[in-house]
Design a protein around this ligand. Sequence first.
Ligand SMILES: *Cc1c(COP(=O)(O)O)cnc(C)c1O
Length: 427
Amino acid sequence: MAFNAFSGAAGQDFSDLLRSTPQQARPRGVAAAAAAGFSAEELENVTGPERRWSWVEIDLSAIRHNVQIAKRRLSPGCRLMAVVKANAYGHGAVQVARTALSAGAVQLAVATVNEGIQLRRAGIDAPILVLSEPPASSIPLLLHHDLMPSVYTTEFAIAYGELADRAGVRAPYHLAVNTGMNRIGVRFDEVLEFIHSISFHRALEQVGTFTHFATADCAETLDFNMQLRRFKETVAAMRSAGIDPGLVHCANSAAILRYPETHMDMARLGISMYGFHPCPETRGYFDLRPAMSVHARITAVNTPPMSEGVSYGMNYRSTGSVKICAIPVGYADGYPRALSSRTSVIYAGHLCRQVGNICMDQCMFEVDLRSHGTHRRLDPHVGDEVLLVGSQNGAAVSIEDLCDVVGTIPHELCCALSLRMPKVYLR
Ligand SMILES: *Cc1c(COP(=O)(O)O)cnc(C)c1O
């Protein structure tokens, strides 16, 4: 029986009306896929940037370089842990983890159990620390995939030890100490009591002890010094009570670069591995290279008459001597709407103003048609490449530039920019 969308509820048949439209018989959806006859391989070969003209480029040689900068800065004997949580701050967890390990990192840190499993499934067998205590219901996954949890509640610790014991494996963990950030961890002055309350459990093995600084990137050092002092005293107290703290670590990127006294048995490198300075104080001292750039191709070129508006709300009006180019990057791609008319893109080595409200999936920029000085008149065409973040011919737009406009930090913008755009890796 032929499908007939025009059959009414009363059984009336309007198929006469459709007899002349051959589309009626055309297969749709899943059936169409079979009818078209393209092989799975052919379809797979259409890369991300060929499916939509926007992509994020990740330069893995920059990651390698940044890891080496950090390694050179670390005190002798201090191991490097690469923090690859949140899909490596948007850069791609598996690719970054492999690169960091090959450049000298020896351990990895993630935020969630699933992030750890993703690395294991990719065949990565370096030690992996989950930076917070996951729900006890996830313990079978931790044990199965050899992921170390951070621990700071007795309930979790005992459940972890018991399940490991039953499975006949050990239960390694890092103790998280709250030295003043007041996010997670056992409060520094309750650590001995905590350890004694779980120490009866034979499967539990404390292989690390760590804390996290709230202000290592701040100009003011009072709170930082207080946290550092509390951490050192806690570790010393553990040692004098005969407790082995395992690998002792506290430094994040800011502390790695600024405070060598925080380089203990291990240090956790996050944002600076991706090429960003944790604070203005480290600029000029370390040659960090951002690994991420953002690219698109022009999808449409318009020449609106003078005073016609562009995009939702028409906050921008054409001067009549501009071309308006559309690119397929919007706020759903992590290009914040708050940047609207407050940033530039790079076209043919020139900064061009982004104009009009940034839409969910697209935005527009302006190419001035009046020639200025010695500059050749720009002549944009559909398919031409545009840089939203990166540098070309001395024109540059950095993630930090965008952060300054919208009031955020590179961590957040990098995560957002990787949510939908495909990633292309340079080695
Ligand atoms: C995210 C995180 C880091 C990495 O911090 P950066 O400032 O990005 O270097 C280190 N330690 C913990 C506990 C974290 O959550």
